[in-house]
Design a protein around this ligand. Structure first.
Ligand code: CO
Length: 210
């Protein structure tokens, strides 16, 4: 426990600095949360969701996993999406990948690590579907970065195909799914411009990324 004492100290300092800047912040926030955004990102420690978009506690609903995958049968991710869409009624779902993703790199290289190989198999499937495009890129790092982008676009497509998101659109609710990618090298986010705001756009994206 003594090894982690600095984390408790930093936590007290963090809570105090927020309370000083905004008295009553935590007691108000404890009553309810009303975030406008759901963030689906990589578990990588270098991509901390709230920090890189400058949002405070209460402003961003977050789901993170290795390589920011959105899989049709992952009930963890699906439950987060359902809660965000049906209960919190977020207006934006952001799938944010990052260049140099270790999960994508491992999948790309076909390295064997264990259980996680099965999780990363989804990226290898994507790699095979886009083999001709990827093979045309001479530099290997650029090829991996393109696969990181394709993985985000696939994530956007999969979010758009969930029953929860389709239902929200059928009800005429304003809900937009976005695909972004973050660079570890400069701390900046790029918009992949694959926004999906309705069923027609979701159907169009399906054709592009299959
Ligand atoms: Co990653």
């Amino acid at each position: 426990m003594r090894d982690l004492e600095h984390l408790f100290k930093q936590n007290r300092e963090w809570a105090e600095s927020i309370s000083q800047a905004q008295p009553g912040f935590f007691s108000q926030l404890s009553e309810q949360q009303a975030p406008e955004y759901l963030w689906i990102g990589c578990a990588d420690s270098r991509v901390p969701a709230n920090e890189i978009v400058g949002l405070l506690p209460g402003e961003l609903f977050v789901h993170r996993n290795v390589a920011n995958l959105v899989i049709h049968t992952d009930f963890n991710c699906l439950s987060v999406i359902e809660y965000a869409v049906s209960v919190l009624k977020v207006r934006h779902i952001i799938v944010c990948g990052h260049y140099g993703c270790g999960g994508v790199r491992t999948a790309f290289g076909g390295n064997r690590l264990g259980l996680i190989d099965n999780w990363l198999r989804h990226i290898r499937d994507l790699q095979e579907r886009h083999r001709s495009e990827l093979d045309a890129i001479a530099d290997e790092e650029q090829r991996i970065d393109r696969l990181c982008e394709l993985n985000v676009i696939a994530g956007v497509r999969h979010v758009s195909q969930t029953t929860m998101v389709e239902s929200a659109w059928r009800e005429g609710r304003g809900l937009v799914v976005h695909g972004w990618i973050y660079s570890l090298k400069d701390g900046l986010i790029r918009d992949l411009k694959v926004d999906v705001a309705n069923q027609a756009a979701a159907d169009a994206l399906q054709g592009i990324t299959n």
